[in-house]
Design a protein around this ligand. Structure first.
Ligand code: FAD
Length: 311
């Protein structure tokens, strides 16, 4: 069995999600090849070659992949997939953009958001917002898989695979790069942070989120949000945690003014310790959290910040 992993990167650094996808691919067994498609991305290929279990890195360095557009990437991956029994990527925004196109081009069904690999053909994945774990058997000739990154540890760096340069695929001409509109932040990335503090509708406004930022500064935390807070425009939508947002599993998750709807839980239920700050002691978040501070968040957050500053 030969598995192709699609590396996610910014042309300089191999992402944490990419390292986790490699770990998942090694659990499938067999040879693991990593595709690094980008522009001036040699350092990423070198990093991928050091990951445990990787037998070969395919480096496709071409301006066509400078902006990681899903359409040309999918054409390249689908062509390479013919020599593999499985193609694996992380279930990140990037993986969710590229992999269904690959599955479509190969005319196979995709298994998404895998949390456990039982065998090369049997996988576990959450359904109904994480309330049910499904066991899925996939017998497609080429299995197109995305993995939930929080379920796999990153592959360690103790390998030394060969790097092989490959030619770019054709440009299907379906899309063009216009601009990057990224939220720039010095904070840890939401998906990889050890501590996350998220705000909900109860925070009330964008200004209210400044109280969360002050606590986050003391804890070195990432900021997240409920969908209600995002829909109200308090924060950008890449802050959203939940079923239709980011999946996080930090050591500490602090939910501020969030009621704990099932769709929010779906995105943070694997957090090690959950703390709720809410004025409603009956709400699901308070009822299910490990610890709860019941009261007005506008009083609790400033005193939490002051207490942390004195530590
Ligand atoms: P609310 O439910 O309105 O809760 C606000 C909380 O703030 C309350 O508990 C209240 O007691 C508390 N509060 C108010 N004022 C204060 C104060 N001064 N001090 C302390 N506490 C206070 N939601 C997500 O979050 N992520 C998703 O990915 C997501 N995906 C969805 C997908 C689908 C298909 C659907 C149908 C819904 C989805 N939702 C998602 C929405 C979800 O159902 C809830 O509507 C949403 O999570 C509620 O957000 P909230 O807890 O911030 O708001």
């Amino acid at each position: 069995m030969t598995v192709l992993v699609v590396a996610e990167h910014d042309h300089k650094i191999l992402s944490d999600a990419g390292r986790r996808a490699v770990a998942a691919a090694t659990a499938l067994g067999g040879d693991v090849r990593v595709l690094v498609a980008g522009h001036h991305c040699g350092a990423v290929a070198e990093a991928a070659a050091r990951l445990r279990g990787v037998t070969q890195v395919l480096l496709c360095d071409d301006p066509l992949y400078a902006h990681q557009l899903a359409e040309p990437l999918a054409v390249l991956i689908a062509a390479l997939a013919a020599d593999h029994q499985a193609v694996v990527a992380a279930a990140t925004s990037h993986g969710k953009d590229v992999m269904p196109r690959v599955a479509g081009l190969l005319d196979v069904g995709q298994v998404s958001d895998i949390t456990a690999i039982e065998s090369p053909t049997v996988f576990q994945r959450p359904i109904y917002a994480g309330n049910v774990m499904a066991r899925v058997c996939c017998e497609e000739p080429i299995r197109v898989l995305t993995i939930r990154t929080t379920a796999f540890a990153p592959a360690p760096e103790d390998g030394q695979a060969e790097i092989t340069a490959i030619a770019a695929g054709p440009d299907p001409g379906l899309s063009r790069f216009v601009e990057d509109a990224m939220t720039r932040s010095e904070r840890p990335k939401l998906g990889a942070a050890r501590v996350v503090i998220s705000g909900g509708r109860g925070v009330g406004s964008a200004e209210g989120f400044e109280l969360l930022e002050a606590v986050a500064d003391e804890l070195g935390a990432a900021i997240g949000a409920s969908r209600a807070a995002v829909d109200a425009g308090f924060v950008p939508n890449d802050y959203q945690v939940g079923q239709t947002g980011k999946i996080v599993a930090p050591e500490l998750y602090i939910a501020v003014g969030i009621s704990g709807a099932i769709q929010h839980w779906a995105g943070m239920k694997d957090s090690k310790v959950v703390v709720a700050i809410n004025k409603d002691e009956e709400c699901p978040m308070v009822q299910t959290a490990d610890y709860a501070l019941v009261g007005d968040l506008f009083e609790i957050l400033p005193s939490l910040r002051d207490g942390l500053r004195q530590m």
